[in-house]
Design a protein around this ligand. Structure first.
Ligand SMILES: Cc1ncc(COP(=O)(O)O)c(C=O)c1O
Length: 425
């Protein structure tokens, strides 16, 4: 495209979609590859429109979206109630910064604290920011409340964790491809195996501020810890006066069939990071949520974000939680997840080695005889959007709002794709 004065003016006057008129899928992909940093390896699918659990490319091909924006798309694309809320807020105010108060942020803070069963909220935008906020809170709590000598605080984390992409967070990742070449990294983290409560007990020392973990390790291949682990961890943290931080960015807001991943057991955290589905699929909205004793350590100037808590995001997030509650998203995720799990088991036969997950967060691990590349091609050929996480495991996290006929379409396409990848069609 020639970016001369006339081109800028045309867009300013007629809008972006006039400029995009006639763009093919190939043109979008080629332009992205030329001008975008290559920090992702997307599937060769160019989505121009999406609604509910369905998405279409420029040629009009329909796909069922089981990536669900990595679990962020709980309400489905362009959920009517949320779009209505966003439009109403666009008539009022969108961004004023934290230099001021807004009624929308006030309502959001109260609603999220209530929804979480916790006391206070620090609004952010992305999941990684929410995790960073929890880490800062935990360290300051350790120095100012627990009495850990300054700069000695330690946070216990798990092997194969995924908490985002900031330099602090990748610094305690155990995955080489996330951390290599981005060091040097700071000290202050100790790594233990996931799902092993004894290892946590052994790792805790006098300077331990917190234990940070995901209730289900989604990016690691949908790894569910053994029954009792969440409650055990809670009990150990309480006994040693260590803050328990759950990263609920992916598992939160009904994805696993309960409000939060920790809600399956008696494992209420001191701090938790939430994000993704909180934005209703429209906007990035995240937060650190916690008990008063931990949240209160923040003073003015300790932390912040220009966009965190903006009234547009807050209005959408309150509506997103209201829809989840009013339409029983927890129950729906549980029922839809059970339906898909059974359908995948039946259709996959011996091609499927294991199905892991909870609610509508499912990881299907295929047998080693099936090549992941062929499976990926077959899923796309059948119009099913899913992506490999790790170790031949494909994640299925369609919108929680997905209706039964579309769930049935997912099951049919899954079966056809497995047959295609196995070479029997
Ligand atoms: C458990 C978990 N924590 C944190 C993040 C980071 O969220 P974001 O990409 O919004 O920074 C993710 C993203 O996938 C996640 O799954």
């Amino acid at each position: 495209m020639a970016w001369d004065d006339a081109a800028w003016r045309r867009i300013a006057e007629r809008g972006v979609h006039a400029a995009l008129s006639g763009w093919t899928d190939e043109r979008s992909i080629a332009t992205t590859e030329r001008f975008g940093a290559h920090n992702y390896h997307p599937l060769p699918v160019n989505i121009v429109r999406a609604r509910g659990a369905l998405a279409w490319d420029a040629s009009g091909r329909e796909f069922v979206d089981c990536v669900g924006a990595y679990s962020a798309m709980a309400h489905g694309h362009l959920a009517e109630a949320l779009v209505r809320e966003a439009k109403a807020q666009l008539e009022r105010a969108t961004l004023v910064s934290r230099a001021f108060y807004t009624p929308e942020m006030a309502l959001f803070l109260e609603a999220l604290a209530e929804y979480s069963g916790l006391d206070m909220v620090c609004p952010m935008n992305t999941g990684a920011e929410a995790v960073e906020t929890c880490l800062k809170l935990a360290r300051k709590w350790a120095y100012t409340v627990k009495g850990v000598p300054e700069d000695q605080a330690e946070i216990v984390v798990c092997e194969n964790n995924f908490h985002g992409r900031t330099t602090t967070i990748v610094g305690f990742s155990t995955e080489q491809r996330y951390r290599r070449f981005f060091g040097p990294y700071g000290p202050g983290f100790r790594t233990i195996p996931f799902g092993d409560a004894e290892a946590l007990e052994a790792a805790i020392g006098p300077c331990t501020a917190a234990f940070l973990a995901e209730p289900i390790q989604a990016e690691a291949g949908v790894i569910v810890p053994p029954p009792g682990y969440l409650a055990r961890v809670r009990e150990i943290c309480t006994r040693h006066r260590v803050l328990l931080i759950w990263d609920e960015v992916q598992t939160g807001f009904c994805r696993t069939g309960r409000r939060f991943g920790w809600s399956h057991e008696d494992a209420r955290p001191d701090l938790m990071a939430v994000g993704k589905a909180l934005g209703g699929g429209l906007l990035p909205v995240s937060a650190a949520v916690g008990v008063r004793g931990a949240m209160e350590v923040f003073e003015p100037g300790d932390h912040g974000s220009t966009f965190g808590g903006n009234p547009l995001a807050c209005a959408v997030a309150v509506a997103a939680m209201a829809v989840m509650e009013a339409e029983d998203y927890a129950g729906r995720a549980e029922r839809s997840g059970a339906f898909l799990r059974e359908a995948f088991e039946r259709a996959g036969g011996c091609a499927v080695r294991e199905i892991r997950g909870r609610g509508l967060l499912l990881g299907v691990e295929f047998a080693p005889e099936l090549s992941p590349d062929r499976l990926q091609e077959a899923f796309l050929a059948e119009g099913l959007l899913t992506k490999e996480t790790r170790s031949r495991t494909f994640r299925f996290a369609p919108p929680i709002a997905t209706e039964q006929p579309v769930l049935e379409r997912i099951a049919e396409r899954f079966e056809a794709a497995v047959r295609r990848a196995a070479g029997s069609v």
